[in-house]
Design a protein around this ligand. Structure first.
Ligand code: NDP
Length: 247
């Protein structure tokens, strides 16, 4: 059986790496993107290679439609048509609305939301033609409940799910599913860099499970959504947040 090709945007980040590893362990040929200015991708590929994961990486600025097009064209030519797309790349630029500039707004909307259009647009026709595909959009609990200082991020992540629902309807008959996952606080470098006293006093008390999520737990959910067994699951927004927000 030929391997499925899975593309994970931002696969070298905290969650992305765990997702790449999980999909590879399940037998997919895993490809990730890196920002064109990222000079550390070779080091990451070599570390992963030493761990036994032969990932491929392609430059892609997910905010740029032409860059997304060139990336998917190269992946399709060198690895094969994409069966599973995980729209995971994302950034934050947190500040109150009063202080937020147009640049802060645009950067977050372009990277978290426009990217979903830019990437999905390149792969959807092929998935529909082959009558099989999985698109998994990584949003956030803060797109579901809102968060102080995150009007840009909450808007982008909520927007991702509107996209998911509409596209899921359009391709449901064609064997293609489109879903959103909304993680809560996950123990990636971004979150573990928060001082322990803030974690203990402000963050952990909000989480009924009383701990941060693990990247592997997010990866497990992505792997399920990408599986054959998940064929009946589409247009959903799955909360994975330790009970922090029950939606
Ligand atoms: P990281 O900052 O570790 O990784 C983000 C990734 O996005 C990086 O690999 C980065 O690649 C990539 N990226 C950013 N901008 C661009 C761009 N313009 N073009 C291509 N790639 C880009 O974040 P996490 O792993 O923590 O988060 C992954 C996703 O999960 C994000 O969408 C985030 O919003 C979401 N999330 C994370 C949570 C958490 O607790 N960590 C909780 C809820 C949601 P490069 O370094 O090459 O620029």
């Amino acid at each position: 059986m030929t391997k499925r090709v899975a593309l994970v945007t931002g696969g070298m980040g905290g969650l992305g790496e765990a997702i790449c590893i999980k999909l590879a362990e399940l037998g997919d040929a895993v490809v990730t993107t890196y920002s064109p200015g990222n000079t550390k991708y070779r080091e990451w590929l070599s570390t992963m290679n030493n761990m036994g994961y032969g990932f491929r990486a392609f430059p892609c600025d997910v905010t740029d439609f032409d860059s997304a097009h060139a990336c998917i064209e190269a992946v399709t030519k060198e690895v094969g048509p994409i069966d599973v797309l995980v729209n995971n790349a994302g950034i934050t630029r947190d500040m109150t609305f009063k202080k937020m500039t147009k640049d802060d707004w645009d950067a977050v909307i372009h990277t978290n939301l426009d990217s979903v259009f830019n990437m999905t647009k390149q792969v959807m026709d092929g998935m529909v033609e082959r009558k099989w595909g999985r698109v998994i959009n990584v949003a956030s609990v803060n797109g579901q409940k809102g968060a102080f200082g995150q009007t840009n991020y909450s808007a982008a992540k909520a927007g991702m799910h509107g996209f998911t629902k509409a596209l899921a309807l359009e391709v449901a008959k064609r064997g293609v599913t489109v879903n959103t996952i909304s993680p809560g606080y996950i123990g990636t470098k971004m979150v573990t860099a928060i001082p322990q006293e803030i974690l203990d006093s402000k963050i952990l008390p909000q989480i009924p499970v009383s701990r941060l999520g693990k990247p592997e737990e997010i990866a497990g959910l992505v792997a399920y959504l990408a599986s054959e067994e998940a064929a009946f699951l589409t247009g959903a927004n799955i909360s994975i947040n330790g009970g922090q927000h029950m939606y």
